[in-house]
Design a protein around this ligand. Structure first.
Ligand code: CTP
Ligand SMILES: C[C@](O)(CO)[C@H](O)COP(=O)(O)O
Length: 217
């Protein structure tokens, strides 16, 4: 088994705001991207890291394989997967750069599940009640049974996810949706509340606190 990690980092972070895209903003003195890359650099089973970057950012990083991203997340993933073909890599973890607090326990769980499944990803069961709402009023309640909040890294056998992306029409929320559309079974492994995706401005403080206290590493 030879494992690569594809870190997608070509987004513009519009919801997070700030003077530069969220992956270049500082958390505890280092960029979000630097934290995320380091988690995987420190993992003994990761043979290769491929970083997918926006065209404007290609010169910002040295020392890892870099690929130019696409117009949406799926296109960026496809560009990264193309860089792994014929490289001897058999498995790939696809991770959002915006999740810098991912733990080795979560990564291990995904890798382990790939021994018995062609896909595996971390998720957290929904525990809060789910409402619909309109104009500030609750309009209904939805059944939360069997619902999960999806995280990354999402792991796959390389041939399975490459073929799935080649066949997909677009518009998927994540790589699990792409894989499932191609008939790939995806195992759910335990997610981690600390593995948040920095999406809005308040998420930087939360992520900083998690990194400071060491929780999740
Ligand atoms: N064309 C794109 C769009 C997104 N991503 C990556 O996909 C991940 C998840 O996307 P999201 O959190 O939505 O990031 P952004 O697209 O940067 O954020 P926003 O939607 O707020 O602009 C991020 O790591 C982002 O860099 C990417 O590589 N290429
Ligand atoms: C892939 C993902 O992180 C799973 O939770 C998520 O779908 C991508 O983020 P977005 O906010 O939907 O762009």
């Amino acid at each position: 088994m030879t494992l690569a990690v594809l870190i997608v980092a070509a987004g513009r972070g519009t919801r997070a705001g700030g003077p530069v895209p969220k992956q270049w903003q500082l958390l505890e003195g280092r960029s979000v991207l630097s934290h995320t890359v380091d988690v995987f650099k420190r993992h003994a089973l990761v043979h290769r890291i491929v970083l997918v970057l926006h065209a404007d950012d290609m010169d910002r990083v040295t020392g890892v394989t870099k690929v130019q991203g696409g117009a949406d997340r799926a296109a960026s993933v496809r560009h990264g997967l193309a860089a792994l073909q014929d490289s001897g890599i058999t498995r790939v973890l696809i991770h959002d750069v915006a999740r810098p607090c991912v733990s080795h326990d979560t990564i291990d769980a995904v890798i382990m599940a790939l021994e018995t499944h062609a896909g595996a990803a971390p998720a957290i069961p929904v525990t809060d009640a789910l409402w619909t709402g309109e104009n500030g009023l609750v309009t209904g309640t939805r059944d939360r049974t069997g619902l999960f909040r999806a995280q990354t890294p999402q792991g796959f056998h390389l041939d399975a996810i490459t073929n799935a992306h080649a066949a997909h029409a677009g518009g998927a929320a994540d790589d699990v949706e792409v894989a499932r559309a191609a008939g790939v079974d995806v195992a759910i492994v335990p997610g981690d509340e600390a593995n948040l995706k920095i999406t809005y401005p308040a998420d930087f403080n939360r992520a900083g606190r998690i990194l400071r206290t060491g929780h999740g590493h």
